[in-house]
Ligand binder design. Sequence first.
Ligand code: MLT
Ligand code: ZN
Length: 465
Amino acid sequence: MTTTVGGATPADPAAAPVAGLVASLRAIVGDAHVLVDADMRATYETDWLGQWHGTTPCVVRPGTAEQVAAVLQACAAAGIAVVPQGGNTGLVGGSVPRGGAVLLSLQRFTELGPVDTLAMQVTAGAGVTIEQLQQHARAADLDFAVDWGARASATVGGAVNTNAGGSRVVRFGTMRAQVAGVQAVLADGSVITQLHGLPKETAGPHLPSLLVGSEGTLAVVTAARLRLVPWFRSSAAALIACDSLVDAVALLPQLRHLPSLDAVELLMPEALALACAHLAVRPPIEPASAGAFVMVDCAAHLDPTDELAELLQLQRGVLAVGAQRDLLYRIRDHVTIAIGARGVPLKLDVAVPVQHLDRLLRAVRQGLRTQAPAAELIVFGHLAEGNVHVNILGAGDAEPRMRDLVLTAAIDLGGTISAEHGIGVAKADWLERLKGPAAVAALRAIKQALDPGNLLNPGVLYPPG
Ligand code: MLT
Ligand code: ZN
């Protein structure tokens, strides 16, 4: 089901005060970078999976932090809010325009600084894609650790704003662990530049960390100073067939002892089958032959194949090296696209303490049996963090009830309603239930202090009021 956000507010570029604002924005960034025609705006108004749709009177594409500052000041003067957007690969509606807001695209921030091999860091513009960043780092024999399927379109700015995770969190942590500094523009147009990336500094709270995961509500991030990791050229993967999810979870302690463990992903049989069918490839193991699949990846300077081969002596699974490993990753990376090709799912990104994962999925299946027995459930995710992507296709009217059920179950099991996709507009109503009133009041106070006019991404993260 596609969700239209803020649809009631007119987005007519000719309507006052928008017409005056469009003229001001043109003066700041140049005519070519203010898009008002409906066909030019279209790709910015709907997310990549067609889950979220909204309208904007115009898309503005500044090219410098100073231009961002001037854009924010012009929008504030016109009383029109701003929705920042990176690669538009978000999954919770956080960067889709709403309520007549101006869409501020960070696409032009594509600058990549030289790799600092001494500090193992690099400065990247907000519009640099994760893939470009990885390639840039690899040219200097280093790597960027955060990685997921949408790497070719997802951007540094979006990854900072959502505290992106992906498949290598088990080894390197989420985006928060990679961000050493940022350049960001506050709602009043002031520019904070903290890109030195010093590994040790105790001069008060770390503003860059505050912005990680803030979903464009506190500032517009224009660049980030990012930590790099060694580039491991040798890798080997395995797909392990487990009788059940409980058995898959029980594998974890053993996996954590692998010296070069790089990723532990979960593919439930339906996810494996769907991605393979979408790619028209033969599944490495017959999906129906197991209750859950664990994809393990090892990466090191020296060939880690033996580590995995030893593990596989006691497990039912296949080893995947070279082209076979590439295929395994292609399958894993295509699950989301394969689901999207079947329809617009109800997509929930939840995490629970990993020992409760089975209870979570049993609750979801039980709920589906009563609420939407014909719906299709596709589950996959990041096993080591107890993070699953629950995708439900064809739930129809039962979607809101299923959303409530999944999110409630995650909270009740001591988990979270967002492990890596963010809160966006999709789950803003749930933030207080997750964090409690005192924590949300503190977060609102920070928002109020930095953005008293609620200029930046209103409706995201916190519900109105
Ligand atoms: C993934 O793990 O592939 C991403 O989080 C995307 C998704 O959940 O669909
Ligand atoms: Zn994921």
